[in-house]
Design a protein around this ligand. Sequence first.
Ligand code: ADP
Ligand code: MG
Length: 695
Amino acid sequence: MLDALFKPRAVAIVGASTKELSIGNVIIKNLQTYGYRGRIYPINPTAPDVRGLKAYKTLDEIPGEVDVAHIIIPAKLVPQAIEDCGRKGVKAVVINSAGFSEMGEEGARLQEAFLANARKHGVRVFGPNCQGIINTDPALKAYCNFTFTYPEPGSVSVVALSGGVGALIMQGLFDLGVGMRMYASNGNACDVSIPEILRYWGDDPGCKAIVLYTEGFSDPKEFLETAREVTARKPILAMKAGRTEQGAKAASSHTGSLAGVDIATELIFEKTGILSFQDEEEMVRAAMAFATQPIPAGNRVGIITNTGGPAVIATDVLVAAGLEVPALSETSIARLKATQLPQAALGNPVDVVATAGGDQFRAAVDALQEEEGVDSIFINFVTAPFTDTHEVARQIVAASRNGNKPVVCNFMTDLTQERYRVTMGILKEGGIPFYATPTAAARALAALARYGRLRKRDIGRPETFPGTDAAKARSIVDRARKAGRSVLSAAEVYPILEAYGIPVAGWKVVQSAAEAVAAAGSIGYPVVVKVDSEAIDHKSDRGGVAVNLKDAAAVRSAVEEMQARLGAFGSLRFFVQKFLPGGRELILGARAERELGHLVMFGLGGIYVEVLKDVVFKIAPVTGVEAREMLASIKTRALLDGVRGGKGVDKEGIASLIQRLSRLLTDLPMIREMDVNPVLAFEHAVIAVDGRIRI
Ligand code: ADP
Ligand code: MG
């Protein structure tokens, strides 16, 4: 339990300083200024008092119990300080000092040393190299942190590894007038981890929504489990930095180079139902809506506007985000007709026109609250100088409380005028989230709807596939590993695929032209001949694939020709395979991701895969729902349905293949990378014709 950390009754400051603007002084000042209700004990070996508070030479001298101790002393003194804290019975320490694992080996050793002392005494460690925590609860007002924003109490809690981004988010919420519940910025996070904090806040009834900023996960599996539990109860809005391709290491196989840098974090967010954001401002603005509004039951938006253009912009943004702006029912239109000004346009958007006053806004919001065809309400409110804008704001507030649909407002005005600041205050007091542009407001509403969809999305459990032969697949891999080989040959890859029920085209490995002709006879013409050598990665690049061979003469000459040309690669094997013309070329692949398991890839395959990069990823195990989502999320998905009278392909067959591949990866964790490219998809069949596995 993190109660001692987040609800401390007494805080000691080890390294309290009389010097203004030093961290050991600022933290005390923050506690005092913010109105901390507990006791503050500065520890300073020489000063009799700090900031008007009696100072103690050591922790031992403190008369009462201490829940949290800030540690603000040089790194090399920290292990001893933690030992002292343990003896004193301090429950948690916030180590603000830096100079630990972030500074290399010696720092890491110090971190290990103080952690050992902390564990011995059962002291929880927050940080090191961190800001600290804030609890805005009016009964406590714990500001154990050295930042500068003094948040209003509220229902949004913020956790960020980076103190800089944490402060940015906190200030962003403050600027929007959004209250905060708790704040945590835990730096190196050597003990108290983000999953633990999420779980704690998941259980906190005062927290309605969580905002998370991270730069990666030390234990992605733990994060996955915890986040999935928490998002089922309350929204987590998250952002991850470092999403450009710049750092992406060039991997040799398709799958390796197609996965961008740290694609895994985004996939973790998706799998757990976390709302992911690309932009910190957008995330903070969305938090404003989550703090006050219910989650819409669906995607349908009713728009009320007193000016035309902004409603058009809002509609574009909403529709692009997957929302709908449907026509209103006859009943609603009739109601509006009875209540709106004669010039009003009665559709969706409802244009109440610029002269509309409180009555018209009230009636319009009421009508949309009642309208069964919409799930949320978007208002464009430009403060026309000839209207009573206070009354409009009051009526919007009153009407929003009259129903259970979320209301989001684009409030366009001049805030240098006192009059409109009062109007804004009415909206704010009334809990209406409002934004300065139609785009910002529409995006915030879209985030509410996105969470509504995520909460309804149940990815289910991975299916089991009877008849798979895991033992056979494993023995093939083990044999290759014992032989010291990391790349499996075609003769190994195909049986592994077959063991998991992944259909492969009829095949045979041969050594000579004569054997190839015999194999072709038994497989049945037409056939394909491919060179089969570990040294050759992409066979067709080397002229190592000959397709549509219709007779023995063609097979013989294809083999002899490859022998002549590719002889430099040593003695060659060949691979004879049934030729299957006319299929859609798809790719299935996988890549092992440290600490997380495998990422499974699906997309448009064939030889253009690197050019088009139309692939999507999921974290294994992939469920049926997720496999179908993969099919639906590639850019060229329309090709799977058939274009211009062409036949569609067996999508259920592909979904099953993706899941079988996922199962194979779960059973064979030693696989580092694999590609099945292409899988040929036909109307009633899906068949693999090329595979590569690296262990
Ligand atoms: P590589 O990827 O090593 O170049 P492939 O075995 O994938 O070699 O073959 C290259 C291309 O040849 C495939 O993308 C596909 O277009 C075609 N091809 C290969 N095998 C077959 C087959 N059995 N039936 C039809 N086309 C095939
Ligand atoms: Mg290939």
